[in-house]
Design a protein around this ligand. Structure first.
Ligand code: NAD
Length: 553
C-alpha cells in the first residue's frame, strides 16, 4: 500500500511563511510518499549473561573509584550513618538498575511497570568484576581519599577492600593531556606504542584468565585528551593505524592504544551453551576526544568488536536535550542556549589547558562541531600546538547536541538555522567534584514574545557518572547476546549481530557514534530505542502509547 501524505493532509491552500521569516519567502513544500512494508525479523537473545569484567582506564580517578566503591558497597549491602540518618547502598541514577519499563496493561486496564532489568536477563552488577589502569600508582583506597567524592564513612567501610585494588601501569603520553597531569604520572609503561599495545593486550588476557571471564569491557574514563590529528597514512585505515603504532608515531593517542588493544582482543568465540558467537571484548570511550579514529573503527568492524563513543552524558547535556526537545516539540523556538560550568576536580584541572578543553567544547570532529562559540579557559598551563587547524574543514560539520531536534521542525527553523549555543567551563578548585552548571535558554513565543529559562544545577559529577558507567557495561554485554535474521529466510540463515559501532547506547553518551543514518540526540527517542529493543527481545511490539482500548466509543 502506498500512502501519499498530501492526499491525507490535503494540499495547503497557500504557502505559509515561517515565524520570523521575511514575507514572500516560500516555505519548502514537503511531499513525502509513505510506503508501509511488513517484514518479520527473528530476534534471538542468549539468556545467560556472560561472565564479564570491566577494565577502567583511569581506574584511580573520580569516576573509576566511585564506580568501584558503588559495586563493592552494593555487593555488601553497605549501610552507613550520615547527618540525615542511615543511608543504604543503591544504584540511583542507573537506567538498568533503577528505572522501569511499561510492559502493558492488566485485565483491569492498569499499567504494568516492571524493572527494566527484568525484561531480559541483564548482567547483575554484583557479578561484574573490575580492574583497570592508571598513571597514578595509588591503591584505590588512597585514590578515593584524594578524590574527595565518597562520604568518609563509606571510605572507612570500604577501605580494606579498596586498599587491595591497585591499577595496572598505564600507556600515557602527556602531550595529549594538560601538562599538570604529569605530577601524578608515576605508574606508566615504557617502550614504544607497539610494545604498550602488546602489554595492554596481555593485561586484558591476564584479567580474563584470572577471573575466568568470558568477556571484558575496556572503558576509557581517564582524562580528556586533545584531538589526534586525522591524517591519510596515519590513522585513516585499520592497516595504516596498525603500521603507525608499529612505527611509534607520536600522533597516535594513548586512548587509541587501549582501543586497539581491546579490539584486537575481541575475537569472535563460539558459545556452545547458547549456540551463539560473541565478541570477547568491547571498547567504550567515556571522554570527548577522537579516540575512535577511522582506522580504529575499520579495525573494530574487521574483528566484529563492539565500540561505543563518545563522552558520558551525565547532567547538563541530558537536561539540554530534554528541554530543547520539549520546546521544539511544543512549537516554541529556542534561539539561544548558554551554559556556564565551574568544577574543581582533576577533570576540571585537566580541562584548564586549552587543547583538552577544546575536545570538551567542540567534540569529536568525526561527529561534527557540537558547540558554536569557544570561550577560553581561565588557566593556560600547556604549550601543545592547537590541534584544530590540522582538521580538514569538511570534518567539522557544525552539528551539536540539539541538532536533530532543531532539524526535526522545519516550521520553526530555516535550512542551516540553529540556536546560538555557547559553553564556558572554568576550573575552580574549591568546589571539587561538586560541579555547578548554569544554563540560560531563550526561546521565541507568540507575537514576538520571549521566554527565558534559567537552570542552576549543583551536583557531584562522579555520582552521576558512576551509574552511567555501569549501564554502559551492562548494555554493552547485552548487545553481544542479540542476533537478528529475516524470519522468511529459513533456519540456514545466520543471525546478524549488532554493528560494531553500538548506536543503541546513544542514551548514555553525549556525542553518539552511529554506523550509518542520522545521529539521534533526543533523550526520549534514545530511551525509547532501548525500551523497544528489550521488548523485541521477548517478542513484544514497540509501545505505541495509543491506548486505543480506552479511547474507542
Ligand atoms: P579524573 O581526572 O578524576 O580521573 C581520570 C583518571 O585517569 C586519573 O586518575 C588519571 O590519573 C588517569 N589517567 C590519565 N591518563 C591516563 C592514561 N593514559 N591511562 C590510564 N589512566 C590515565 O576524571 P573523572 O572525573 O573521573 O572523569 C574522567 C573522564 O570522564 C574525563 O575525561 C571526563 O571529562 C569524562 N566525563 C566525566 C563526566 C562526569 O560526570 N564525571 C561526564 C562526562 C565525561
Amino acid at each position: 500500500m502506498v500512502v501519499k501524505l498530501n492526499q491525507i493532509l490535503g494540499k495547503p491552500k497557500k504557502k505559509l511563511g515561517r515565524p520570523g521569516e521575511p514575507k514572500g519567502k516560500p516555505r519548502k513544500t514537503i511531499k513525502p510518499t509513505v510506503t508501509p512494508r511488513r517484514r518479520w525479523l527473528e530476534v534471538r537473545t542468549a539468556r545467560r549473561p556472560h561472565r564479564t569484567g570491566v577494565m577502567l582506564v583511569g581506574w584511580g580517578g573520580n569516576n573509576g573509584t566511585t564506580l568501584t566503591a558503588a559495586l563493592l558497597a552494593n555487593r555488601a549491602g553497605l549501610r552507613w550513618e550520615t547527618k540525615e540518618g542511615e543511608r543504604r547502598a543503591d544504584w540511583l541514577g542507573s537506567l538498568t538498575q533503577s528505572s522501569t519499563l511499561r510492559l502493558g496493561q492488566d485485565a483491569d486496564g492498569r499499567d504494568v511497570w516492571v524493572p527494566l532489568a527484568d525484561v531480559v536477563p541483564l548482567l547483575r552488577p554484583d557479578d561484574l568484576e573490575v580492574d583497570g589502569w592508571d598513571i597514578s600508582g595509588l591503591d584505590l583506597a588512597a585514590a578515593a581519599r584524594r578524590n574527595r567524592v565518597l562520604d568518609v564513612e563509606v571510605q572507612r567501610a570500604l577501605e580494606p577492600e579498596l586498599r587491595r585494588l591497585r591499577p595496572r601501569a598505564a600507556a600515557f603520553d602527556c602531550g595529549f593531556v594538560a601538562a599538570n597531569q604529569q605530577e601524578r604520572a608515576d605508574h606508566v609503561l615504557g617502550g614504544t606504542r607497539a610494545q604498550q599495545v602488546r602489554q595492554l593486550r596481555e593485561d586484558i588476557r591476564d584479567f580474563k584468565q584470572g577471573k575466568s571471564l568470558d568477556q571484558v569491557v575496556v572503558l576509557w574514563t581517564a582524562n580528556t585528551e586533545r584531538f589526534a590529528d586525522l591524517r591519510p597514512g596515519l590513522n585513516d585505515t585499520a592497516d595504516n593505524l596498525l603500521a603507525a603504532i608499529e612505527r611509534d608515531e607520536s600522533e597516535v593517542a594513548s586512548s587509541t592504544l587501549y582501543a586497539v588493544a581491546a579490539i584486537l582482543e575481541g575475537t569472535l568465540l563460539d558459545d556452545f551453551v547458547n549456540y551463539f558467537r560473541y565478541v570477547q571484548c568491547t571498547f567504550i570511550n567515556g571522554s570527548p576526544q577522537n579516540t575512535l579514529v577511522p582506522g580504529c573503527l575499520e579495525l573494530a568492524e574487521r574483528h566484529g568488536t563492539h565500540v561505543v563513543g563518545d563522552d558520558l552524558k551525565t547532567g547538563q547535556t541530558k537536561l539540554k536535550s530534554v528541554l530543547v526537545d520539549f520546546l521544539v516539540g511544543a512549537g516554541i523556538k529556542p534561539t539561544s542556549i548558554v551554559s556556564y560550568n565551574h568544577l574543581g576536580n582533576n577533570d576540571g584541572k585537566n580541562l584548564s589547558a586549552p587543547h583538552t578543553f577544546r575536545s570538551k567544547e567542540v567534540g569529536n570532529p568525526q561527529h561534527g562541531l557540537r558547540i558554536l562559540a569557544v570561550v577560553s579557559p581561565s588557566v593556560v598551563s600547556a604549550h601543545v600546538p592547537d590541534p584544530l587547524p590540522l582538521l580538514a574543514p569538511a570534518q567539522i560539520t557544525k552539528r551539536n547536541v540539539v541538532d536533530d531536534v532543531v532539524e526535526s521542525n522545519s516550521i520553526l527553523y530555516g535550512p542551516g538555522e540553529r540556536p546560538d549555543h555557547v559553553v564556558v567551563i572554568k576550573y575552580v578548585p574549591y568546589v571539587g567534584d561538586s560541579k555547578r552548571a548554569m544554563d540560560e535558554y531563550s526561546a521565541e513565543i507568540l507575537f514576538g514574545g520571549r521566554q527565558t529559562f534559567v537552570v542552576h544545577n549543583t551536583c557531584e559529577d562522579s555520582l552521576l557518572a558512576a551509574p552511567l558507567l555501569l549501564d554502559l557495561v551492562v548494555l554493552a554485554e547485552f548487545c553481544t547476546r542479540v542476533g537478528f535474521r529475516d524470519a522468511a529466510a529459513g533456519p540456514a540463515e545466520e543471525y546478524v549481530p549488532f554493528h560494531s559501532v553500538l548506536a543503541l547506547l546513544s542514551y548514555l553518551v553525549k556525542a553518539p557514534m552511529v554506523p550509518r543514518g542520522p545521529v539521534v540526540n533526543s533523550l526520549f527517542r534514545q530511551r525509547t530505542c532501548i525500551e523497544n529493543m528489550l521488548r523485541a527481545c521477548v517478542g513484544l511490539g514497540p509501545d505505541s502509547n495509543m491506548q486505543l482500548e480506552h479511547k474507542l466509543a
